[in-house]
Structures are given as C-alpha cells and as structure tokens.
Write a protein of this length. Structure first.
Lengths: 398, 374
C-alpha cells in the first residue's frame, strides 16, 4: 500500500506538470474524445500536446508492456492513475478501437512482428483502427460472412463488402474477418486479418442513420492485396479470435451504457420538474412519470451493483459468475428505457430536429434517443444475447 | 462495500444449504399445512438451528450470539427460502429480536435475548392493523398511561408466530406518540386467534382488551417506538428479501429442470425460443435481485447513510422478481403447475405473501422516490 501511495503522489505531480491547463475540467465522453489517426485534426491544439506527453509516458495504454508503448503499470497502479485523472477532471489523452479492441487482441494472439509493427503506433495515436465484421448478408449470423480471401502466393486477394464499420471513413487500418476456406463448416473457414485502408481497391461510403449522423460506413474490397503476414493467430482460426474480441466489445458497450446512465449530468427528476413546472425539491407532480423515473433509477442502481459484484468477485480471485452474461442485454435496454423516458418527460419539446424553438440539449436528446435504438442491435442483438444466456448459462437444449 | 463473499461467508452459505437440503425438504410445507397446527413450524428443528449458531448470528456475544451481521444472516435466510422453511426467523430474530437488540433496555435484553438465541424463546412483533396497509405509523391501538404503566387496547392482524410466542411486542399510540410495548403470553385481556393464510405461515389476530403492562414493558421510549420500528422493519426486510431470493432461485431451478425434461412435439420444451427468452429474462431479474440484497445487507451492517434507499431497492426488485419467477414457473410447468401435488404452487403463494409483507414493489418505488427527494 505504501508503494501505491508513493505512486499516487508521483502520478499526481506528473499530471499537474504535464496536462495542459486548458484541458482540465473537460471530461468529454469517449465519442467526443481524441481518436487519433492520420486524418485526425485536434479541435484544440492542447489535445495534441497532451497526447504526445501522455503517450511518451506510456499513459495512453497504462497496463500494456513498456516495450510496446504501454506504461507497464499493474492493474492497481492503473486504477490509481485513472482516479487521479478523474480527481483533476483530466480527459483521456486517447481513445478508440486500437486501445480497446485490436491492441489487447494483438497482445494475446499477435506475432512479435505484428506487436512491434502496430502497438506503439496505437499508443501514440498515429494509426486509427476500425472493425470489419458484419456484412450485408451476415448480421446476427456473423459466421455466414462471405468476404473472400483467395490465396495469391504470399498475399491474399480480398473481395467483398463490410457494413456497420464504425468510423471507417476516418480510419487508417481495419481488422476484418474474411473467408479463407469456403468448403469448411462456416465457423471453421474464417480468418482474422489486418488490412491497410490505403491499399488499392478499398473504398468507403458513410451510412446516414435515423439519428441524422453517420458514424457507420459500408466498406468495399475489390481485389485488395494483403500480405499473409497480416493474419492474426492461425489461418481458419479467426472465429476464436473474434469471439474473444466480441466478448470484450460487449462488456465495453455495457460498461459505457451502465456507467453513462448512472452518471447523467442532470437527474431524471430535475428534468421532469423543468418540463412540469415543479419547484426544485418538490415531488414530481406527474404521478406516472414519477413512477417511471423511480423504476428507471432502481433498474440502473441494480445494474450498477451487479457490475460492481462481478468486479469485486474478480478482485477477490473468484471465477466469473453467471452475472456477467446479462451486462450487454440489460445495460443496453436500460439505456434505451432512460432515453425513452427523457423523451416522454420533454414531451413536444423532444420533437425538434434543428433550428429555432428548441434548446440545444433538446435537439441533442432527440438524436441521442434515436441512436439508442441501435444499442440492442449492435455487438450482438438482445435476442442473440438471450439465446447465449439460455444455452451457455441455463443449459437449455438447442 | 465489497459485494463478494469472504471464505467464512461462503462456508456459512454452503453449510446452510446442505443442512436445509437434508433436514427441511419442501414437502414439510405440505405436511405442516395438512396438520393445520397453529405453531406452523418445528420446535425441534428450530432448536437445531439455534445449536448451529444461526439464530444467534446478529446478536451480541454478551447474549450468546455470534456478533455477526446481515451479510451473514442473509445467507441462512436464502437457504431457508429455497425450501420455504417456516421456522420463525422473521418474527423472532429479525423483528422482535432486533427491536430488543437495537432499542431494548439492558434488563429486557438480559431477560429475553439469551433464551431467544438458545432457541428456547419465541418472540413476535405485532405492527399491522386492518387499516394500516404498509404504513408503520398508522397505529390505532391505544396505550393509556395508568400511573405505574400502560393499558393497551386494540387489534393487530397477521401477527407472525403469535400463537407460539412467549412474548409479543406491540406497537401502540399513547399521548407521547407510537411506542413498542412488550406483552407476555398469557397476560389478562390478551387473545390470540390463529389465521389461515395462503402460504401456510403461522399468523394470528392479536386482540388487546385493556392489557395492563408495567412501565418497564416499554421498548425504547413511549415516543420513540415509531422510529425504532422503522429501523427494525428495514433490517427485517433485508432478511425477508434474502428468503425471497432463495425461493425465486429454487422455483427457477425447478422450472429449468422441467424445461429440459418435458417433451412435447418430440423435443424438450426448453428448446423453444419463446421459452428460452423468457427464462433468460427471469435469470436477469434474479441476478439483479441478488446484487441488491447483498448491497442492502452490507449497508445495514456498515450503517451507511443510504440504508433505507437500498432496502427499498432490494424489496422492490425481490417482490417483482419472485412474482415473475413463480408466475413464469407455473406457466411453463403447464397443467401440472396448477395441481396441489406439485411443489411449484407453494412458491407462487409464498411469493405473494412475501411481496405484501413490509410493502410491495410499488410501495418501495414510492418510498425510494421520496427518499431521493422527488
């Protein structure tokens, strides 16, 4: 513990000395944060300074080994770092799929050459990654994917289309699932491949969503040549790699939603008072809204306690219990219910799309609510999640 | 607050589960019901549970207890809930026992707690009236000052284990406010009429017709009983929630076994997606309920500021989850689920009785909102 206390004061001093003043107090969400990459333009110059200083210290990937650009910190030390950053309201220097998804995957499955080539570029924010899993014909049935990788000597020739590739238009590399053996059972003919988006034959087209934004793209591959050295793990073993990564994605989605729901800027009750004209601290005057607010708060608290229970059990060295299987399905459903409730609370004020007559936060609410409808679809639909719970946890027959 | 079991707690949970599986099968519930005995539980088994140290878990070592807390007691309650064991933890340990332990005078504690911990004395707490619903402060029973004591007059309903109690703590309104008064069994003017409830638990109407008690019968102060009662019922609610957790898990396990075994259309009915998804939904609610019970138990032990909110969270979730799990169970069992021969119906009945003890889900959502200031 004494070591941790020393570490805490060292980290505190380092943060005080190195994080630009202009960024303190600006804890933006991951979505608005710094994602890096060749196409990145900082919205404020201090973001670049902060990224450079933090990555030089290994603090963009605190727990990764130092040789790959990480900080080499223990989980306990990394927690101290995150606590000290939170206390100063310092934003994460970098976020994105490189740090959260492909980096950990390469640390576990990658060759030494792949780690050397990619990890440090991720920690420095030089390369931005996106994920190429779903296809127009392969959604919930992901293993039905058809993007072909044909053997072409020391290269593969890639042909096919990926869809829902988040931020592909702003990314430099893509990690993708491709079919290397069309004759094998469908899960067994899939390979996990790293593809440079600058390769000839790659093109990207953003998809406009009902929320009015275009975070997702369709990504096309036409005779794209990819070196075989870019295969992660073994040829035809991509499904195993993908499953490991998908579990990570689901817990990340649940964490983001559960945490976001718990830490909303304004409480649901305050929102209700604003639209109902109730005095501050007065009971919410609409009995039906008040009951829904209480239910939403109970749901959220029960969910956050369950997340805590899983973490506490892990810290105590216990095997992960069945509770973690509910995080994706329940976390996303709470997020939707809260958004629906906020729309109900705002009433006609939730109907704005743009222009006069609506507050900025009301316009944002409308679009956020529309966006939440995708939460129970992306990263494994709620129906697929319930199938998984029924089969793997409850042992119900196929 | 740590939401993980320690090794000691894990051992208590396993010991309790083993003991209950061996000594208290759910078939006891049917036997006790068919005997229609007013006691409604086994004195011999209660003594064994006391000898195992369970009855004394939340009491000070000075009174023969283990000096542990709700984090441990909920593990025993959950095990008992699995088999719907009707032994008087709620009345004796969690209601009357906690009222004495938290608000009683030293002589009262000395007189009653060692015998209680030893499994020899049964105590009960009469707080509910015909018009009180879930409001603990709605008390029409009167406590008139008589110079050297009080005279109690009124009627309490569904008083748990009153028929076998050596003493009953009664909430009554006097000039100063609501107080708790200890009334010994056999007192003149005290009449106990057993009631028959759907869950078979021992309950009775307790009539007080000018029952005279001394001033030393006041538990706490004549004005402080309302506040004490509120605190005690919060503690008891956590224990009840743990019992409910055990019941809902057993009902769900019975349902899963049925889904895997029952064949229709030449396949196990558990292979149907319509049933799988509903089973997954029950599972989700069970996992959430467990987290809230663990949190509420620890909040009581740590005397944290949000005890009342966490208790309401746990009771709201456990009420809804137990009703959901048992309603779904009967539906998925199909026709046999409607028969008295199958055990699953007992769980559905107990779910309703437990739901309406100490406030249902709607009551606790409202209480949560009030405590949160909206």
């Amino acid at each position: 513990m004494a070591d941790l206390d020393t570490f805490r004061s060292e980290v505190g001093s380092w943060l005080d000395a190195n994080c630009p003043e202009a960024l303190k107090g600006d804890r933006t969400s991951a979505i608005d944060g710094v994602w890096g990459g060749r196409k990145w333009e900082p919205t404020r110059p201090e973001q670049r300074t902060w990224l450079e200083r933090a990555s030089a210290q290994g603090y963009t990937a605190p727990t990764w080994p130092k040789e790959y650009g990480g900080g080499g910190l223990s989980p306990a030390e990394a927690k101290v770092l995150s606590q000290e950053m939170a206390a100063r309201r310092i934003p994460a220097p970098l976020t994105g799929f490189g740090l959260s998804m492909i980096g950990p995957t390469l640390l576990r499955f990658g060759t030494e050459e792949q780690k050397q080539e990619h990890l440090t570029k991720i920690t420095r924010g030089e390369i931005r990654w996106c994920q190429g899993y779903s296809e127009p014909g392969a959604g919930s049935d992901l293993a039905g994917l058809q993007t072909r990788a044909e053997d072409d000597g020391d290269h593969y020739l890639i042909n096919g289309t990926k869809v829902w590739t988040s931020y592909a238009d702003q990314s430099d590399w893509i990690f993708a699932l491709v079919r290397t053996d069309p004759d094998a059972k469908k899960q067994e003919g899939i390979t996990f491949l790293l593809i440079d988006m600058d390769s000839p034959g790659v093109s990207v087209s953003p998809i406009l969503l009902i929320s009015g934004s275009s975070p997702f793209c369709e990504t096309y591959f036409k005779d794209v040549r990819v070196p075989k050295a870019n295969v992660v793990s073994d040829v035809n073993a991509g499904w195993t790699v993908a499953k490991a990564l998908l579990g990570h994605e689901r817990s990340m989605i649940a964490d983001a939603f559960g945490g976001g729901a718990g830490g909303a800027k304004r409480s649901l009750a305050d929102r209700a008072r604003r639209y109902l004209g109730d005095a501050a601290d007065a009971p919410v005057s609409d009995a039906s809204l008040r009951e829904r607010i209480a239910q939403a708060e109970l749901d959220t608290r029960a969910f956050l306690l369950t997340v805590q229970r899983a973490k506490d059990a892990a810290k105590a060295g216990q095997q992960p219990g069945p509770e973690s299987s509910i995080f994706k399905v329940y976390g996303t459903e709470i997020n939707q219910r809260r958004a629906e409730l906020m729309v109900s609370i705002a009433g006609p004020s939730a109907l704005g799309w743009e222009g006069p007559g609506f507050e900025d936060d009301e316009l944002q609410l409308t679009r956020d609510w529309l966006r939440t409808r995708g939460n129970t679809i992306e990263g494994g639909t709620s129906e697929v999640q319930r199938n998984i719970i029924a089969k793997r946890v409850l042992g119900l027959p196929d | 607050m740590q939401l993980a079991l320690t090794e000691d707690q894990d051992l208590i949970a396993k010991t309790a589960a083993d003991f209950v599986a061996e000594n208290s099968p759910v078939s006891r519930v049917r036997e006790l019901r068919d005997q229609a005995d007013a006691t409604g539980f086994s004195r011999a088994l209660w003594k064994e549970m006391a000898d195992l140290g369970w009855v004394g878990i939340p009491f000070d070592e000075a009174h023969g207890g283990a000096g542990l807390g709700m984090a441990e007691l909920v593990l025993v309650m959950e095990a008992l809930g699995r088999s719907l064991a009707p032994e008087p933890f709620l009345s004796t340990v969690l209601l009357a026992g906690q009222a004495l332990a938290r608000g009683g005078s030293e002589p009262q504690q000395k007189d009653w707690l060692p015998g209680l911990v030893a499994g020899e004395k049964i105590l009960s707490l009469a707080y509910q009236e015909a018009r009180s619903r879930y409001d603990l402060g709605s008390v029409e029973t009167r406590a008139e000052a008589t110079g050297d004591g009080f005279r109690l007059t009124g009627e309490k309903i569904q008083v748990l284990d009153a028929a076998s109690a050596d003493a009953i703590l009664v909430s009554a309104r006097g000039d100063a406010g609501v107080g708790l008064y200890l009334v010994q069994a056999g007192s003149a003017g005290l009449a106990i009429e057993p009631q028959t409830r759907l869950d078979g638990r021992s309950a009775a109407i307790v009539r007080l017709d000018g029952v005279a008690v001394g001033s030393d019968a006041v538990v706490g102060t004549p004005a402080g009983g309302g506040e004490l009662l509120e605190r005690v019922v919060d503690v008891a609610t956590v224990g009840l929630c743990a019992e409910m957790l055990g019941g809902m898990h057993e009902a769900f396990d019975l349902t899963l076994a049925h889904l895997k075994e029952r064949q229709q259309f030449d396949v196990p009915i558990g292979s149907f997606q319509a049933l799988k998804h509903r089973a997954a939904d029950v599972f989700i609610e069970l996992e959430l309920a467990r987290s809230t019970v663990m949190a509420a138990a620890r909040a009581v032990d740590e005397q944290s500021d949000d005890v009342a909110k966490l208790v309401s969270l746990a009771k709201a979730r456990c009420s809804d989850a137990y009703v959901l799990a048992t309603n779904e169970a009967v539906q998925m069992f199909g026709g046999v689920g409607m028969t008295d021969e199958y055990d699953i119906g007992f769980y559905m009945k107990r779910a309703r009785a437990a739901e309406m003890t100490f406030g249902d889900a709607a009551f606790h959502r409202d209480r949560w909102a009030r405590l949160a200031g909206y």
